[in-house]
Design a protein around this ligand. Structure first.
Ligand SMILES: Cc1cc2nc3c(=O)[nH]c(=O)nc-3n(C[C@H](O)[C@H](O)[C@H](O)COP(=O)(O)OP(=O)(O)OC[C@H]3O[C@@H](n4cnc5c(N)ncnc54)[C@H](O)[C@@H]3O)c2cc1C
Length: 414
């Protein structure tokens, strides 16, 4: 009898799982609750889809924190060069950008990645049923025997769960898989938003919204102890802090806030200059432009929106001229620019987070096949796993790789 594989969820993991299982000779049925597949792939990377990264394996794995080791086997079998080769074979060339980030080449976007993968699975004979929601999983004597959907009951010998995480629920990823798997006896580690904006007290003034800062250093403190340091870009969005340097430290902040610890963030707006060098630079600006107002002089060091904020925070009058600025005020400005302090009091919701932290406990899954250790014929992939990566293409690659090896294992199962 041909192995009947059902794949629940037509996102990054599900499309790869379905295609690989079909390549390996299984009869594959892909169930997708939305009218179209891969909504999240389509909006990823602001629509450009940062699909993977060129980092070498050990460095790559380091981008998932302590649970990254679990991905070693999947990455050894299907890695960044393999998804790139697959897309190129599907006539979708890619380009590598700063930080090893891989995107579809000029003129192509995330939606083109989805179209290419959808065409690929269809050409391999995968049957896709859209607007079909998995609502229950049938297990008999510890084995998968079928699934229930909003439309019908279906028999199968293997089920690959690829229903994604719980963030951005409008994409269709509403956390269904976590609930269904927990019902079957799998353990769920606490779900939290990761790669999420951080909110401050006092609230960031709306005048700063839209401001993007490059080449700045951030230091995250938990209960006054320095925990993480990042260098790069920060954005002020909707009176919250966002951008790569924030998203990368966000989970540490989220977990600390959940434990009711004190979280603060210090920005160094001039990391290339020491306090002494910055003071010298400001002193020289003030001396040469001594008749200008300090708000105008500071424009040489800070973007206009930040000048107002800086003078407000340091309590220095914007109309003070260079001549009138005391040495004490100059030191105050230097200290501020090197240590802009925000108390982090809250974080964005699941609706705004790029990825879900937490998920199905990894100890309950075989890392060679993604098969559940509790239920025969059940495979768990993608964001459902207790794995979350940094920004840079790491989350999609984890979904592609775990989907691929689950598809292969399910198809080859006797
Ligand atoms: C705004 C945003 C930007 C991102 N940008 C990037 C990026 O640039 N690079 C990167 O690496 N990662 C990025 N990510 C993260 C990445 O998109 C996800 O980690 C990845 O898509 C997870 O893949 P998945 O297959 O596990 O789940 P998903 O891609 O979410 O797919 C799950 C699928 O299952 C379907 N489904 C859910 N429940 C059911 C059900 N009960 N029955 C049937 N179908 C169901 C959903 O409709 C969906 O199609 C981004 C995420 C967001 C939200």
């Amino acid at each position: 009898m041909t192995n009947q594989v059902v794949v629940a969820g037509g996102g990054a993991a599900g499309l790869l799982a379905a295609g690989r299982a079909a390549q390996k000779g299984a009869h594959v049925l892909l169930l997708e609750k939305m009218k179209l597949p891969g909504r999240k792939i389509g909006i990823s990377g602001k629509g450009r889809c940062n699909l993977t990264n060129t980092a070498a394996l050990p460095d790559f794995i380091a981008h998932y924190g302590k649970n990254g080791r679990f991905l070693h086997q999947s990455f050894s079998r299907f890695f960044s060069q393999d998804i790139i080769a697959l897309l190129e074979q599907l006539h979708l060339p890619v380009q590598t950008e700063r930080g090893g980030r891989v995107f579809p080449a000029e003129g192509k976007r995330g939606v083109d990645v989805v179209k290419a993968l959808e065409r690929w699975v269809k050409d391999l004979g995968v049957e896709i049923r859209y607007s079909t929601t998995l609502i229950d999983i049938v297990v008999e004597n510890g084995r998968i025997t079928g699934v229930k959907t909003n439309r019908e009951n279906i028999s199968c010998t293997s089920l690959i769960m690829a229903t994604g995480g719980a963030t951005y629920p409008l994409t269709g990823s509403t956390g269904d898989g976590y609930r269904l798997l927990e019902k079957l006896g799998h353990t769920l580690t606490p779900l939290r938003p990761s790669l999420v904006p951080l909110l401050t007290s006092p609230k960031i003034p709306s005048e700063l919204n839209g401001l993007q800062l490059k080449n700045i250093k951030t230091r995250l403190f938990i209960d006054s102890k320095r925990k993480e340091e990042q260098f790069g870009e920060l954005y002020f969005v909707d009176s919250a802090l966002s951008g790569p340097v924030i998203l990368t430290v966000s989970l540490t902040a989220v977990d600390a806030l959940r434990r009711k610890l004190k979280v603060s963030l210090l920005l160094d707006l001039k990391p290339a200059l020491s306090d002494i060098q910055l003071d010298k630079r400001l002193q020289s600006d003030v001396t040469t432009r001594n008749k200008e107002e300090i708000s105008s002089i500071l424009r040489g060091l800070l973007p206009a929106q930040l000048v107002q904020f800086c003078l407000h925070e340091t309590d220095i009058s914007p109309t003070l001229t260079g001549n009138d600025l005391s040495g004490k005020d100059r030191k105050k400005l230097v200290t501020w620019m090197k240590n802009v302090r925000f108390e982090i009091t809250a974080y964005g919701s699941m609706d705004e987070a790029i990825v879900t932290a937490g998920g199905i406990k990894l100890q309950e899954i075989d890392p060679n096949t993604m098969q559940s250790k509790k239920i025969d014929g059940l495979y768990i992939t993608g964001e459902l796993l207790d794995i979350d990566g940094d920004t840079g293409g790491f989350n999609l690659q984890a979904a592609f790789s775990t989907g691929w090896i689950a598809g292969e294992a399910a198809a080859c199962r006797q």
